[in-house]
Design a protein. Structure first.
Lengths: 231, 818
């Protein structure tokens, strides 16, 4: 049972988040650079077609991982099991900036330089915005069901393997409805895409993530600077 | 293996296997055809788990599949579509073979008693290169296995559907066309912007697929039928074969855990009715449609014949995102720059395997207003076929203009047009039998337009009448190969007026004659006319104006040359192509009669020229500040009394070092480092233009993002920095095989290779690549970088150096290649 991808023309890139992804930690930024960041963020908003979709399924903790009922998805690893410990169900979600964003990203990468860098960061921030919009709908739907959502947990994070990506895409029909594909190495194309699992519980949850189970935790510059990649 | 030039067996599509007279009538536009509705939605209603491979049910529960087909046949479907949408080797994996699934699926469909069985072929599920990682040839192989199985197990039609990538659709059509005799139907899916996810519009899709020779073309899935009206209208306006409509029952919404669709059967038929009245002949449904919808459609079409349509033949060339159509006396400009003949630097770049200069030429010509780009890689010392193909792909990734594929080697032409996304213009054939026999089959098979040169075994004849005679032969040969007249363009060939002055007006007369007598379009390379004369742009512009007046449709010229552009822009007012002269007025409102020379740098501002020291200080500051704009002028000023090496060693490099130090200290962050690198590059570009040897003298470095990884922004940053420090960087791109990296390092005699990987899962490929390099090229040092690496980890996988950022990479390069 697939559902159409949601989209909205008004999705906004948080400029400060884009700067943050570029490693900005309070350095003086010239007006020229601010103007350039603004230009590429606006360009990214104009050319991208962000879409997102999600579906909610009951779950069951099994021997080989968390079974997402009514689907073929088995979520392996102790971290996702902990993330969904006590959850009644979970939302499987995907958000993407779309193939138009990918095309422009690759075109700019070809010419190299600052614009490619800024567009890349703008795309990351836009993907987060699309995922946030999706997350908000999940929270809303969960509320209607009398449930409480925790934060979104993505494949590749902790010990949840990336090879669950193709199944997530199939379950959501994200290829057909959002143009999302996975490479043989299970990386998402468009690159500015996010898939995630949100647990839904009877009791209110801590809705913020932490660095604890992130595989980048040991050497992450953002964490070191006290400005992690999530908010 | 190229089917035509390498003699691979090719089906004769003249022997199309059409099941019966009624289907023949459908293909000829005399009969309607009722397809079926959704399979997936029906299977889900039967309790298929989300994410399950639905095609396997053909094997495990054939009765259920047959039952669904049966319900559509009972509702009035003349065609049922097999449950094989995703039954390709990549998606099935080890679960079943393609043959097993197709055999079972076709037998389920046949058992329903349907009049026709259409074998379904959906997308591969992976994105093709260059956007994705699946090579064209691999996609083709996946489709070939499906198409062959479709025919072997008795399908009547191949339907290629839900395509969003025009190149992927082309791979599927070619596979079916080259390996079966079945009619091919092809549909694509469009979103609310009216384009596919990859940016193909309906006119471009239909134009390209019709040129490839499909028997029916159209739209499926996408949106509800109401929203598809404009898409279908566009397809009907250009399709030269019957048009298919298979819409969704509106957009799916999940309500209370159930997927529901907004469009009822009555709404559906009401929305499709105007499309039928406008000429849509083959109708079915997609997601959310059920036998109820099909029953209504069947009732609607009963006893009716398709509404007559008239599609005006037009000369068209397409890319995946754009169609250039010549109507009436409209003209289009073909940019001539991507041609190594007479361009030493481009020649050197192509020989070195560097395609980026040509890509830059493509972007510059597009920005200067070209409509089509000529692409030529004709060099004696390279494999022209592989270079032309790679170049075509690379340009298509960066630029959306349609291309003219230019070669005298049929093998190179075929290699490039086969994997070209769209309907290209082939340049060229001529009146010699040999080229006509070799090239026209390629043009026909791949659905191209073609340029015919008015020369033959005896050379170029002097008179207009003789040129016309050769053009007649070319057109007759094209006719004989089934190439429509509107896809043939004649080049009457301009020769230097300095040596052939008496012939010059004959060229213009020949253009007029060819158009009048043969009804074909014309192209003409303009620049030859002035060879041997001074003030060539003046002569060329004058000749161009004359040729346009004689009826020239597509000048081949340098769009960066202002004089030619002025003629073209003005002509487009005179021929009413630029309606009310809007574009012309916008561009020339502040026209300055003094022409700038093409290609020279802007002159420095007025006022006393600053001394070298002052210019030096400001150059240094400009680079540190990342202010690129004024850098070229500052370098030009310095060059008046400083040599190039001094500019580099005393100004540019110290500025980059300062920026590197600030980055290290955390007072600069990445965009500032990159802005400085960009500013320095603008300076180096001026120096390169000067004596051509100021750079690239410090050695070569191979860079690549390892196999499996597609995140290459970090590598691109390193590349830019290294180039600024004077290294020649061979950038192999992303997702690169270990062996390709080893081969490149050896071929370029590199002492240093840089590898990047962003994912924990791809670091293992980094380790394999390092091992391969150390085994096969022991004197090469390897530096690595990427978000998931640490110093210790880099050592443990055998790297010689770990660069935590681009600045460190540049420093290490300095140590290795000192």
């Amino acid at each position: 049972m697939e559902s159409a991808a949601q989209t909205t023309p008004s999705l906004h890139i948080d400029r400060s988040q884009a700067l943050h992804f570029l490693g900005h930690q309070g350095q003086d930024v010239s007006d020229a650079l601010v103007e350039r960041v603004e230009r590429m963020c606006a360009h990214c908003e104009r050319v991208s077609q962000p879409r997102w979709l999600y579906r909610i399924f009951p779950i069951e903790h099994g021997q080989h991982g968390v079974l997402v009922q009514g689907t073929t998805i088995v979520l392996e690893g102790s971290d996702i099991a902990a993330h969904l410990d006590g959850a009644r169900s979970c939302a499987i979600m995907a958000a993407t900036c779309g193939l138009a964003n990918e095309r422009e990203l690759q075109r700019l990468a070809n010419s190299g330089g600052v614009d490619a860098l800024l567009f890349d960061a703008a795309g990351s921030a836009l993907a987060e915005a699309a995922a946030d919009a999706c997350n908000a709908q999940i929270v809303e739907e969960a509320h209607a069901l009398g449930l409480h959502a925790n934060w979104r947990y993505g494949p590749g994070y902790g010990d949840l393997p990336l090879d669950v990506q193709p199944a997530i895409i199939r379950v959501l029909g994200a290829d057909k409805y959002a143009g999302l594909t996975a490479t043989d190495a299970n990386l998402l194309v468009p690159a500015k895409s996010i898939t995630a699992i949100v647990g839904l519980f009877d009791e209110p949850q801590d809705s913020h993530r932490s660095c604890n189970s992130c595989s980048f935790s040991d050497f992450c510059n953002l964490k070191k600077a006290g400005t992690p990649c999530y908010r | 293996m190229l089917p035509i030039t390498e003699g691979a067996p090719l089906r004769d599509r003249g022997n199309l296997r059409v099941k019966d007279a009624y289907l023949q009538g459908v293909l000829e536009g005399r009969n309607h055809l009722v397809f079926d509705g959704a399979m997936g939605s029906m299977l889900q209603a039967h309790g298929l788990a989300a994410g399950e491979i639905p095609e396997l049910l053909c094997l495990s529960d054939p009765d259920a599949i047959r039952g669904i087909h049966q319900s559509y046949v009972d509702a009035g479907s003349q065609v049922v579509t097999t449950n094989t949408f995703g039954a390709n080797e990549r998606k099935l994996g080890d679960a079943a073979t393609v043959d097993e699934v197709f055999e079972a699926a076709i037998s389920c469909a046949r058992a329903s008693g349907a009049r026709y069985v259409a074998a379904d072929i959906g997308p591969t599920g992976a994105l093709l290169e260059p956007m994705g990682t699946l090579p064209f040839d691999e996609a083709y192989e996946l489709f070939r296995a499906q198409a062959v199985a479709a025919e072997r197990f008795g399908a009547d039609i191949v339907i290629i559907e839900t395509m969003t990538d025009l190149l992927e659709a082309k791979a599927a059509v070619l596979a079916a066309k080259e390996h079966t005799s079945l009619p091919i139907f092809a549909t694509m899916t469009f979103d609310e912007t009216g384009r596919t996810f990859l940016g193909t519009d309906p006119v471009t899709a239909a134009t390209t697929l019709c040129a490839l020779g499909v028997q029916a073309v159209g739209v499926n899935c996408s949106l509800g039928p109401q929203a598809l009206q404009p898409v279908v209208a566009d397809i009907l306006s250009v399709a030269t074969c019957p048009v298919i409509v298979q819409a969704n029952a509106g957009m799916p919404q999940v309500r209370d855990g159930q997927t529901v669709y907004s469009t009822t059967p009555d709404d559906y038929v009401a929305a499709v009715r105007p499309m039928i009245e406008a000429g849509a002949a083959i109708v079915g449904g997609c997601c959310g449609t059920t036998p109820d919808y099909i029953a209504r459609i069947a009732r609607e079409l009963e006893g009716r014949a398709p509404a007559p349509r008239s599609v005006k033949p037009a000369c068209t060339i397409t890319s995946a995102q754009r169609t250039v159509t010549l109507r009436g006396r409209e003209i289009a400009v073909i940019g001539e720059r991507i041609n190594p003949t007479g361009r030493k630097k481009l020649r050197e770049a192509l020989i070195a395997g560097d395609l980026e200069m040509a890509v830059g030429d493509a972007i510059a010509q597009a920005e200067a207003g070209a409509d089509v780009l000529d692409v030529n890689a004709g060099l004696p010392d390279i494999d022209e076929a592989s270079t032309l193909r790679a170049l075509t792909g690379k340009i298509q990734a960066a630029c959306t203009l349609p291309l003219q594929i230019d070669s005298t080697d049929p093998r190179a032409l075929e290699a490039a047009v086969r994997s070209y996304a769209g309907k290209p213009l082939v340049n060229s054939v001529n009146g010699a039998q040999e080229t006509l026999q070799a090239v026209l089959p390629i043009v026909k098979h791949y659905g191209c337009a073609v340029v015919g040169l008015t020369l033959d075994e005896d050379g170029i004849p002097p008179s207009a009448e003789e040129r016309l005679a050769i053009a007649e032969r070319i057109v007759a040969a094209a006719d004989a190969h089934g190439i429509p007249r509107h896809d043939v363009l004649i080049d009457c060939l301009a020769l230097s007026t300095a040596t052939n002055q008496r012939e010059t007006l004959q060229i213009l007369d020949a253009i007029a004659l060819v158009k009048q007598r043969l009804g074909v379009r014309t192209v003409l390379g303009v620049s030859n006319i002035s060879f041997g004369l001074p003030a060539r742009p003046v002569v060329n512009a004058t000749f161009l104006a004359g040729a346009l007046a004689a009826g020239l449709d597509m000048p081949i010229m340098n769009p960066l040359e202002p004089r030619y552009r002025e003629v073209v822009d003005a002509w487009r007012v005179l021929n009413a192509q630029d309606e009310a002269g809007g574009n012309f007025i916008a561009r020339y409102a502040t026209y300055n009669a003094a022409l700038p020379d093409a290609g020279t740098a802007p002159t420095p501002g007025s006022g006393a020229a600053p001394g070298a020291d002052e210019a030096g200080a400001s150059l240094y500051n400009l680079v540190v500040a990342g202010n690129k704009g004024p850098v070229p002028a500052a370098v030009e000023r310095m060059l008046q009394d400083t040599d190039a090496m001094q500019v580099i060693d005393e100004h540019l490099i110290p500025a980059l070092d300062e920026v590197g130090a600030r980055f290290e200290a955390g007072t600069f962050f990445l965009p500032q480092l990159m802005a400085s690198a960009e500013a320095a590059k603008a300076g180096f570009d001026v120096l390169r233009r000067g004596d051509g040897q100021a750079q690239d003298g410090k050695g070569s470095i191979v860079l690549a993002t390892v196999k499996g990884d597609i995140h290459d922004i970090g590598k691109n940053i390193v590349k830019m920095l290294l180039e600024n420090y004077g290294y020649h960087v061979i950038d192999l791109g992303r997702d690169v095989d270990a062996q390709d990296i080893v081969d490149a390092a050896r071929a370029h005699d590199c002492k240093l290779v840089g590898l990047s990987a962003l994912m924990t899962t791809t670091v293992k490929h980094m380790e394999e690549t390092i091992r391969a390099l150390h085994e096969q090229a022991p004197d090469v040092q390897v530096m690595v970088g990427g978000a998931v690496l640490t110093e210790a980890y880099a050592r443990s996988i055998g790297a010689d150096f770990y660069a935590k950022d681009a600045a460190e990479g540049a420093r290490f390069a300095g140590e290795v290649l000192r």
